[in-house]
Write a protein that binds this ligand. Structure first.
Ligand code: AZE
Length: 178
């Protein structure tokens, strides 16, 4: 139905990082290959005095085959020519957690209720995404508002990930630490 070339994916026009700052609850996610955040994923974005964006995030993970824990993550964002497309450098507060450098694209957001995030880690030879992940974020831990659901569904289709998402439960697993 649409063009799934990563280079043609449309992102948020006139993205405003100040309005994007604050707490976002992941309500759904499309997983990448390998180890990933399982559930209880919450991200806090902030704009530093120098104008750069940083974030903290937490979520339940299982590492070393069987060790369940709350991963506390940190990230800095590097700007690109498109204000809605960042390079995210991230690492765990504990060194045995994951670290890396991923795209962080904001596909669409109304800043007050929902945000659709996209990250392609590996672009295939045909220009489509071979390995990527996406979060649907909400300002509300209870989920998306009914009136935002159609918009978000359309965005999932636009980034060629419709049907690949799973709900992200919030059970309080990561609520003890901060
Ligand atoms: C994101 C929100 C902004 C900050 C960060 C995010 C991503 C974090 C990961 C963490 C993976 C951790 C693992 C640990 C074993 C996009 C949610 C840092 C991808 C797999």
């Amino acid at each position: 139905q649409q063009n799934c070339q990563v280079a043609n994916i449309q992102v948020m026009p006139n993205f405003n990082r100040t309005l994007y700052a604050g707490t976002w609850y992941a309500v759904a996610k499309k997983d990448p290959e390998g180890l990933f955040l399982i559930d209880n994923v919450v991200a806090h974005f902030q704009i530093e005095e120098d104008g750069t964006m940083t974030a903290t995030a937490s979520g339940r993970v299982i590492i070393l085959n069987n060790w369940e824990m709350c991963a506390q993550m940190l990230a800095t964002f590097e700007e690109t020519l498109d204000p809605a497309k960042f390079r995210m450098k991230y690492w765990g507060v504990a060194n045995y957690l994951q670290s890396g450098n991923d795209d962080h694209w904001v596909i669409a957001t109304d800043y007050d209720n929902y945000a659709v995030h996209y990250s392609c880690r590996v672009v295939d030879a045909d220009g489509t995404c071979l390995d990527g992940y996406s979060f649907i974020f909400s300002r509300h831990p209870t989920g998306l508002r009914a009136e935002d659901q159609a918009t978000v569904t359309q965005m999932k289709a636009d980034i060629c990930m419709l049907g690949k998402y799973r709900r992200v439960p919030h059970t309080g697993f990561c609520d003890t630490a901060t």
